[in-house]
Design a protein around this ligand. Structure first.
Ligand SMILES: NC(=O)c1ccc[n+]([C@@H]2O[C@H](COP(=O)([O-])OP(=O)(O)OC[C@H]3O[C@@H](n4cnc5c(N)ncnc54)[C@H](OP(=O)(O)O)[C@@H]3O)[C@@H](O)[C@H]2O)c1
Length: 308
């Protein structure tokens, strides 16, 4: 079973689902998890310098024995690093990963807080990313946790970001910089939608979603849970085999146009994630029902310092 791909603005193809080495695997030996993911059919592997396990990710790749050309490897610039650190940190990552290039290199998070003049601007940081792309150390370059304002700050650069990896699920999100009326009903999709739209319309940046299973795994018993089983049942009948609520949520993320970045320690679930590409499409009414259910609660689980 081959993974569907999505075309990026630089012409390359990115597999539509990724196996991540953050969250549950953060700072851990992920060798066995990566070997299992690759041997089960994952080709897109999402790492990061900040996860402090790139060498184990490299070990897992070696242990799986799949040719480099069949893998899509991502890492991310550690938050807080500056333009002058971009190339040296990427070269260090390549060494740990045991490869000559990554398929995608992301700025993990936009610079925040007071910036000393010698630290450079967000534009300087992006220009350093463009330079490692030109050198061939990263086939594609992109960002993560960028708001519309962050994307605007680097708009008009020679290379637009290929990807913006952000938290994306149906739940609502409060934010002190939003007004109270909006805050009560502002859910992640509504908060993310302008970011997705701006990126798409300004350089064709593709969104990637992390935390997509949050309604099920981080806040079980919430309003979205009730909407998923009947949709799963309809899709299961159409497919001819059971469809799980997690697969419905992943389909919802895909319908929002995003790459799915997920993870699991369990072989059965890894298989389930990969089989989601066979699940039939949700109807517009089903997508709306999930949107509406999510809108009744506000929850953000990651990177609150950047968005709230
Ligand atoms: N760019 C960023 O700032 C950022 C931030 C966060 C994450 N990420 C990336 O995104 C990747 C995935 O992140 P995520 O953990 O948020 O993904 P997720 O898809 O929301 O959740 C995956 C987790 O859900 C559990 N799970 C799946 N189905 C379940 C079910 N039916 N019942 C109970 N638990 C279930 C899995 O545990 P089991 O092991 O039990 O299957 C796994 O640990 C990370 O590894 C990282 O690479 C990036």
């Amino acid at each position: 079973m081959s993974t569907p791909t999505v075309k990026l603005n630089d012409g390359s193809e990115i597999p539509a689902i990724a196996f991540g080495t953050g969250t549950a695997l953060f700072g851990k030996d992920c060798t066995d998890a990566i070997r299992l993911a690759i041997n089960s059919g994952f080709t897109h592997l999402d790492g990061a310098q900040a996860y402090n396990n790139e060498a184990f990710l490299g070990d897992g790749i070696k242990a799986a024995g799949k040719p480099r050309s069949e893998l899509y490897l991502v890492t991310k610039l550690k938050p807080g690093l500056k333009a002058a650190d971009v190339k040296t940190s990427l070269v260090d990552s390549l060494q740990k990963l045991g490869v000559d290039f990554v398929d995608l290199f992301l700025i993990h998070a936009p610079p925040r807080g007071p910036v000393k003049p010698e630290d450079g601007t967000i534009q300087d940081l992006w220009h350093a990313m463009e330079a490692v792309h030109t050198e061939g150390l990263a086939k594609s370059i992109g960002v993560s946790n960028f708001t519309v304002e962050d994307l605007k700050a680097i708009a008009g650069s020679k290379i637009p970001p290929a990807v913006n990896q952000i938290e994306l699920h149906p739940f609502a999100v409060p934010g002190p910089f939003y007004d109270m009326a909006e805050m009560l009903y502002r859910y992640i999709w509504k908060a993310a939608e302008p970011i997705v739209k701006y990126g798409r319309e300004n350089g064709g940046t593709v969104p990637a979603s992390y935390g997509g299973l949050s309604p099920l795994v981080r806040a079980a018993g919430g309003p979205v849970d009730e909407v998923l089983p009947p949709i799963a049942e309809r899709l299961g009948k159409a497919l001819g085999k059971p469809v799980t609520p997690a697969q419905v949520l992943s389909k919802w993320v895909s319908h929002k146009g995003a790459i799915v970045v997920t993870t699991s320690s369990k072989e059965a679930r890894i298989k389930e994630y990969l089989e989601t590409s066979q699940v039939p499409d949700l109807t517009a009414e089903e997508i709306q029902a999930i949107d509406d259910a999510g809108a009744t609660q506000h929850k953000r689980f990651f990177m609150k310092q950047y968005f709230e």
